[in-house]
Design a protein around this ligand. Structure first.
Ligand SMILES: [Zn+2]
Length: 231
């Protein structure tokens, strides 16, 4: 950056300091997005190193998933929840891309991790996406794609029914609520390929399991799962 420009932004920074999106402390020079402390303390799960991890176990005896993991584990009141919340509800797409990129970096280091052909985000219903302006899972997929060096496709898996939110539903209701909601288009792109399905938060796994089933049944895909956080 040229010197004049740099002074200008330092000057502006006096009045509008940029704060860490997790803990709200003022960012130091050279820090962007979140502060160094929050970067270091990130509650990473390490689930991508262990095939017997609790997220993978959600699918045991139900749907044949190759490898499932979540990037972060939140304790109650964790400041990192804010990142996911602002990604979903406050147009903070950058947090999704950056977290996705960090997650992808970890997966890419893992030589035992299965070889993935494409990354596929869990879709929103077109109406919902129009209202929100973006799909938060697209942001995560974009970040993962950047560091895993694997293309992401958001024109394959589609949501054909607009469902009510899952948050207040019990386990069985969640399963019924997402039945027949997803469909697969442009099947030739992914036929027989190994795809990494991507979502923000995994709770019971019902939504993502229906996505996986659609891809397995309609396009004969192998499916792995990567979520930003485990609720
Ligand atoms: Zn911070």
């Amino acid at each position: 950056m040229n010197v004049v420009k740099e002074y200008f932004w330092d000057f502006i920074g006096l009045f509008y300091p940029t704060t860490c999106r997790a803990c709200n402390s003022v960012l130091n020079k050279g820090e962007t997005w979140i502060c160094s402390n929050c970067m270091l303390d990130m509650p990473k799960s390490d689930y991508w190193t262990d095939k017997n991890n609790p997220v993978n176990q959600l699918f045991w005896g139900k749907t044949p998933i190759q490898f499932a993991s979540a990037f972060l584990l939140f304790s109650k009141g964790s400041r990192y929840r804010k990142l996911i919340h602002s990604l979903k509800y406050k147009n903070d797409q950058e947090s999704g891309i950056r977290l996705g990129a960090l997650y992808g970096k970890e997966i890419a280091k893992q030589s035992e991790y299965p070889k993935i052909d494409y990354i596929i985000p869990v879709p929103l219903h077109p109406k919902k996406q129009k209202k929100r302006g973006y799909n938060q899972s697209d942001c995560i997929a974009e970040g993962l794609s950047e560091t895993m060096k694997i293309e992401y496709l958001n024109n394959v898996l589609v949501r054909i029914k607009n469902t009510q939110t899952q948050t207040k539903k019990h386990k069985d209701e969640r399963w019924e609520n997402v039945k027949g909601v997803f469909d697969v288009q442009n099947i030739d792109f992914v036929k027989g390929k190994h795809v990494l399905l991507v979502d923000d938060v995994i709770t019971t796994g019902a939504t993502i399991e229906h996505c996986a089933l659609a891809l397995i049944e309609k396009a004969n895909c192998k499916v792995s799962i990567g979520c930003l956080a485990r609720a």
